[in-house]
Structure formats: C-alpha cells, structure tokens
Design a protein around this ligand. Sequence first.
Ligand code: F6R
Length: 613
Amino acid sequence: MCGIVGYAGSRQAAPILLEGLAKLEYRGYDSAGLCIHGPRGLETARAKGRLQALREKTGDGAALPGCLGIGHTRWATHGAPLERNAHPHLSDDGAIAVVHNGIIENYLTLKERLITEGCWFSSDTDTEVVANLIAQYYRQSRDLLQAVRQTVGRLEGSYALAVVCRENPQQLVAVKKDSPLIFGFGQGENFVASDVPAILKYTRKVAYLDDGDMAVFTATSVFFYNAAGDPVRKVPETIAWDLSDAERGGYPHFMLKEIFEQPKALRDTICPRLPGQQVVLDDLNLSDRDWQSLRRVYVVACGSAYYVGCLGKYILEKTCRVPTEPIQASEFRYASPVLDAHTLVIIISQSGETADTLAALREAKRQGARTLAIVNVVGSAIAKAAHQVLYTWAGPEIAVATTKAYSTQLAAFCLVALRMAQALGTMPPAEWAAFREALGKLPDMVEQTLSQAHIAQVQYYASALFDHHDVFFIGRHLDSATCLEGSLKLKEVAYVHAEAYPAGELKHGPISLIEPGTLVVAVATVRELFDKTMANIKEVKARGAEVLCVTTQSMAGEAEKTADHVLTVPDTHPLLQPSLSVLPLQTFAYYTALARGCDVDKPRNLAKSVTVE
Ligand code: F6R
C-alpha cells in the first residue's frame, strides 16, 4: 500500500526512482509521481494509473533532470485515484514536496486551521496538509529538520514521509510512525524506501527505521534521530537475499513462481528447526515452564494469515489441549478478548506491517498477554514489537495473493504446536514423533504434489470450469479452514464470487443458492469425516451442482464414485494434510485467473501490504 523511494546522489535521480517504484508495484497502487530537485528547482510529474503512464510522461525520467528526488506509488485512501491526488504533494508556496504512506487522522482539523490562515489546497488528500505545515514551520526557522519535527508533533495517525525542500538542493528528510521505511547506505549516494527491493540493485546495507525515527541525509552523509530528537546510531544490516529472489526468474507471474518456491521455503523454515529427533525453536526465549503457564491462546491475523489461525485452532487444541481462538486482527481490539499473563497471543503476518495486526499486537501487550509473532519480513514493525518472533523463511513474496508465505506460516504454527506439546506432555511420545517426522518430510511432499501431471490436471479443470460465476467451497474440520483459503484465492485473483462453508452448515441456509450448474469445490481429506462430506456432496449434486473434489490418493477411488471431478494430493499426517490440499486450490485459482484474463500479480483494488486500518 503506497510505495516510497527517495534518492540523493550523483546520478540522475528520476530513472532510479522509477526503477525503485517498479519494484514496489507489488504493494498495490493506482497513481504514481516524482519530484526532482534539479537545475529548475523542484519539478514534479504525476500520472494516474500504471507506472508506465509516468514513464511516458517523463521520457523514462529524462524530462526531470537532477540528482535528488522522491517518488511515490499511491493506493487511494483520501480522494479518488486522480492525477491531482497523486503524490508528491507540494506546499502552496511550492517550497516543500512530500510523499506519504499512511493516514493522517486529524488532517481535517489541521486543514481547516491552515485554510483560515490563508493556505490553499489543490487535492483531496491528507498528505497536502503535511506539506503545508512543514512549509509554514520552515518559513519561521529555515531549518528543514526542525520544520519536519514540529510538523510530525502535530500529526495523529500513521506516516512514512520523505520530504525535499526547494531551498535545500542537497538534503532529504525522512520520518516514520506505524508505516514502514528503510534507509539504504550507498557509496556516494543514499536512499530511503518502503521496502528493500526498491534499492537492492544499489545497496545491500540498510537500516530499518523505528517509530519516531528521522533520517536527514545528503549524497554523502546521514544523521539519524529518535522520537525524542536525540541523535542515534544505526548499524547497517546486510540483506542476505538477492534481487533475483524478487524477480520473476522466467515465470510468467510471481504467483506461479512463488507456488513453485514452496518446497524450498518450507525446507528453510522447517528443517533447521528439526535437528536429530528434536524440535529446536532457538529464536524463542520460552522455557518449558513458560509454555506450561499458558491457559489460553488467541491467534490474531488478517486474511490468509487469519485462515492459518483457523487451521491452527484445530492443530493446537488437538496437540496441546489448550483452548485456542482465531480472531481477525481488525476485530480483536473491539472484541473484549480475555487477556492476562497466562494468555499467549500468536500474531501471524507475512509483511509484519499490517496495520490492524500491529495494533492488535500492541493492545495484547498493553493488557499483559504474552505475544509471539510468526513473521516473514525481518526487522518489520510486528517482528520488532512482539515479545517473541518466529521467522518464516519464505523469502520475498511479491504476488499480492499469498502462497508460499501462507504455507510457511502454517508450517511455523506446526513447529510451535510441537514445541508446546513437548513442554506440556500432551502427546504420547510415538504420536509426537510421528507428527515431527511428517513435518520434516513436508517440503518433499509439497514438491511431489506440484508435479507436472498435477499441474496439467489443474490446468484442464481450470480451462473447463473458469466460466462459473459462483463457486462454493465446502469441507469439514481442517478442510473447512482450507476452503476459506481456497475461496479467497479464487476471489482475489480470478474475481469469481466464492463462498466457503463447513460442509455440514450448507443445509442451514446457503444450500438455497445451489442451482443446476453451480460449481462446488469439496475438500475431503479428513478420513473420519469422509463419508459425511460425501453425503454433503450428494446433497448439492441432487440440486444440480457440478462438484470438483480435492481428496487424498488413498480416498480418491471412493470420491470418484460421488464427485464429478477429482483432484488428488498425496496422503500425509492428518494435521499436515491442509498443507497439501491447499496446493491444488492455489493452482486452480491461478489458472482460472489466467483463463479469465485477469492481472494475476496485481489484482484490482488490492494491496500487498495493508498499512492502514
Ligand atoms: C491473501 C493475502 C492477504 C494477507 C493479509 C495479511 O492472499 O495475501 O489476505 O494474508 O492481508 O497480510 P500479512 O500477512 O502481511 O499481515
């Protein structure tokens, strides 16, 4: 959601900013813009729509000469996605230019005040208020750092800001609160950006800004200050992954690449933590006694990460016998959760920046709960704020629709279940060992599932079934949670109306929507409930539905007697079966989206990193 890049150096800034913005496209946006400090002072160019429109408008940046500048991709919140609402925004005197990610909650009060003071506005955005406030303070002190500091002191809400000033051709100021911002240390050049891929071509040395941090920099110098205004030292961290990890590498889409990266991502997440016959979570500082003191678990997350929590409930209650409640992060704070030192709040997030999830984490801490975050992005706000962090090692996930992050989150959850069950002694040793062993084999099983033959079969079904307008996903127990993810994937990337229900719930209402030709995807991998799910399939077939069933190889023969079409996955440990049964749902959504001509990696209206509530 909104991407920021800033550059100070000796090269032409505009092409570097355009290139950086292209690497942030995955975050989701609907307009883009640049402001360059060059021989003609501050010059901006903005365009509605894809980055290509901005490229064309600026001759790939050549029309904006200068070696210092800021760029932005905007995901509209305040004001329609129009050119006049695109960033950068200038103060009314043209002295200050600002790009912003986040929401200024008190912008209306500030705006009204500024208007009475004679200020005028040309956009509907909250950001223009920031530009005008900085300009007002700057006119008093002629000190950009001080003006930005005074301005943020008046802002409520979230922001990552990069600011340039007409009178300071060398200097860029960046500041953040509750929206991500990193600083990149170059050689004779320096950068700020919302995320690492934007600057990775130029530097691997980065510093993650903490809330309240400011960076004041030129091509050759940088000074950092904390929220109190005190100078702070930031030791550069080295990014371990390559730009190629964040590029398509021969695949037509990031989503497909990331689907096929799942075996590696799972290996990296699981294998180092299962040495010998053990489970070793040395990232966590929790003793057996700590685990034993827990009476209740909440799993708090958004979207697909929340669906991992829905699976997690079944897994944790089965293995650890601890009451576990998944809850959407956007609801958590308002739901009066029962929290104390005996409650563990497991936070799940790929980006580590999701605004609702971060706010829920803070609330859980405030109420005295223990917090454990399962996060993919190292150094992200959630990773920093949680008491304990267990990283998923999925590598950068670029496609808006999550696949490999989801799979590794689920695997990380299983690692937590194993560790907790060990501390609690809730599983017979042989059962614990079997679960552990199966988890170690999961990456190979995923690789086996994503075979050529499997892909060909999914492609066939997608090409035959892509035209359905409504799809119902049904399943029982773990399969019902997998259905939630399968239906979300189809909605997101293929724009097909899809609903997921526990199979037994269907006849309590939704079955009225089944009519001749309706597509029902039934996930039936839970052996003890297989017959019941088959009975539910018969119910929808009796009303004319066409049924595609996902089941295990050992139950496929039986499923073929009932469903119209069957997709199989290998048999594995029952608690790990969802990690395999989700794979055909991911690939089905992908190939259905292709058949429907959708922009798979950048679905409409969606942003990868949801940094506003
Ligand atoms: C769906 C998807 C989203 C995210 C959700 C949480 O494919 O990607 O539903 O799972 O926005 O994002 P993170 O995990 O970054 O907190």
